[in-house]
Write a protein that binds this ligand. Sequence first.
Ligand SMILES: [Fe+2]
Length: 332
Amino acid sequence: MIHRGRDVPRRWRDQGNLPAAILGSDWGRRVVVAAASALALGAVAGSYAYAIEPRRLQVVRYRLGIAGLPHALNGVRIAHLTDFHVGMEGTRRSTLRRAVDRVCREGVDLAALTGDFTHEGVWNPDADLFRPLTKVCPTFAVLGNHDHLANEVATQGIVHRLRDQGVQVLRNQHADVPVRQGTGRILIVAVDDPRLGYDNLGRAMAGTPPTAEQDRPAILLGHVPDIVEQAPPGRFALTLAGHTHGGQLRFSPLKRFTPLEVPMIVGDLDSHYPRGTHVVRGNPLFVNNGLGVSGVPFRFMAPPQVAVFTLVPGVDEEKDIDDPERYFFEEK
Ligand SMILES: [Fe+2]
């Protein structure tokens, strides 16, 4: 029901000219101003989410505490990059190149890439990004669901092109990796994409010890964070994953995924571990925002991200075994 107060000019009321009556009233003007402000705010936020945030590369650094870490591994640095989505509108090639360049300049000992190199499962020459990285450190990769979207021949093409660049692609396999000129060793366990059911952690771990080894910490790589739930308790010093894009388009910093976030991410791609640090049954997990975009060409409150971990001996014994602060110490 339209309120026709005293402030509506009589001639408009009498003529039944409702739009004019609304605009002529105080409350009507307030509604119009509020709507215009909301539209302007939306336009500014949309422009930011399209043109600025996808380019606002964030480098996050953590010291990762590992109980009994041998002296040879103290200070070893591991970089994590994920979700490149080359070929998707809104993925910024310049952001991908800057991310690789930043990691090269960080002086890391090892790099991990956790999938979605392409957007539609077919190799794209713009994903020829990794030669500078593989020249400076051993670089390991697993595939994501988007790398499986076409067919197995196309997926094999992606694997071959990554290997051409020196990337060691592991599909439900593990690798014993020497670091610091072979003075230390790290075990990489890597599963193929869990989202579409290509993962087989049992096969990836076959032949590895069932419990954690202090002289050879193990790192689990998987595209989807929830793979950590399959890990034996306390087996991995670190699990690295992507897939969620940190929410990619968030409307609230408070909730895990807000009701307003795009349905694709709320439903289809949902994860119990949307971003940042977690611990699951004694297995520390980091979920990276990733670098490209998927579904919509926007990022909001989830900037493209590179993560660097420096291994240090010991954990914070005062914190509970499933408290991220027991293992992760953020560097500002
Ligand atoms: Fe992705």
